[in-house]
Ligand binder design. Structure first.
Ligand code: SF4
Length: 326
């Protein structure tokens, strides 16, 4: 397959549908190999992108922000029903800011890492207090909000406001490490070299930049997955260094922290939160009896949940009770 030196592109008018453009324009492509990768991934995206409500033309910046927080640790299929419910109930920051925290944690359900729900409500309150209830369109203001880090700020700038930003999540890092470095997975920590390369790949045109961000993420989510990449369906298979090298093993595997689940505090915290969400208030004795974990671990998790603001301890008639915060 030859590298497309003069790829055809749609006209600017054809790329706009009122929301995020779906194809890349011809402007400012980097030279050679990188240009070909970007072009092919963009073409693939135009054909294979999933229709998701936070990508629709009418989606507000708040909807984009909520989707990005939910998607940080959770796959699309689990996020989708929660996001729809959430936006129906709290369509703007002001609505979420006023909601009882217990309702917010219940609505978060089993998306996992429920501290995200608390941060999202804190973020909504900050938006009301400092930005008249609107999501700001500049990086500095976004980064100053609770729960918003470099990745989320870039994603909101790119997807909600079509500003040029380097959106570098784990999916994109994996795709770039495979295609350009011939590695199974990127190093555990993001390096300056990786960030500089990702910056260089971002098209100059802000709308193209948004397409490239979404397209490279989508390729990582659907085709170039962590465990079973579908190289036979990949638009850049013939340009991919890792594929050409015969898919060598992960050279950083000894540096990665294994994410065990069974028997961990994370599992126990999840079990406690599930009970508090579904059935309200429990005495300490009831929790010890119902959670399948050693009492010491349950106590440790209760302490952690209370200090994280996810649960509240109350004393009544000499008995300890736990419930969600109000
Ligand atoms: S060829 Fe395979 S490893 Fe390379 S980018 Fe495509 S799916 Fe990923």
């Amino acid at each position: 397959m030859g590298t497309p030196q003069t790829p055809h592109h749609e006209t600017t008018a054809g790329r706009h549908n009122g929301g995020m453009p779906t194809t890349l324009a011809a402007s400012s492509a980097p030279a050679g190999h990188a240009a070909a990768v970007r072009y092919l991934v963009g073409e693939w995206f135009a054909q294979h992108r999933r229709e998701l409500p936070w990508r629709e033309p009418g989606c507000s910046p708040w909807g984009v922000l909520v989707s990005e927080i939910m998607l940080q640790q959770t796959p699309v299929v689990r996020v989708l029903p929660r996001w729809l419910e959430w936006m129906d109930r709290w369509p703007d920051p002001a609505a979420l800011a006023e909601a009882p925290t217990a309702d917010v944690l219940r609505a978060w359900g089993r998306l996992g890492y429920p501290r995200r729900a608390l941060r999202l409500q804190e973020c909504a309150r900050a938006l009301v207090a400092e930005h008249e209830g609107a999501v700001p369109a500049d990086e500095e203001s976004l980064l100053a909000l609770p729960g918003i880090g470099t990745y989320t700020a870039a994603a909101v700038l790119s997807f909600a406001f079509h500003r040029r930003a380097t959106v570098l999540d784990t999916n994109v890092r994996r795709v770039l490490a495979r295609v350009f470095d011939g590695m199974a997975l990127p190093p555990p920590h993001l390096s300056r070299v990786e960030r500089d390369r990702a910056d260089a790949l971002v098209p100059a045109d802000p709308e193209d930049a948004a397409v490239w961000a979404a397209a490279s993420m989508e390729l990582g989510a659907l085709v170039c997955t962590a465990r079973s990449p579908q190289c036979q369906d990949c638009p850049v298979v013939r340009l991919c260094a890792w594929n050409r090298a015969g898919l060598p093993p992960d050279e950083h595997s000894h540096l990665r922290r294994r994410q065990a689940w069974h028997g961990t505090d994370r599992q126990t915290r999840g079990a406690v939160m599930a009970l508090l969400r579904s059935e309200g208030t429990f005495s300490h004795g009831q929790l010890i009896a119902r959670i399948e974990a050693p009492a010491g671990q349950v106590d440790r998790c209760l302490l952690g949940l209370c200090s994280d603001g996810l649960a509240v301890r109350v004393e009544a008639e000499g008995t300890r009770y736990y419930r969600l915060p109000e």
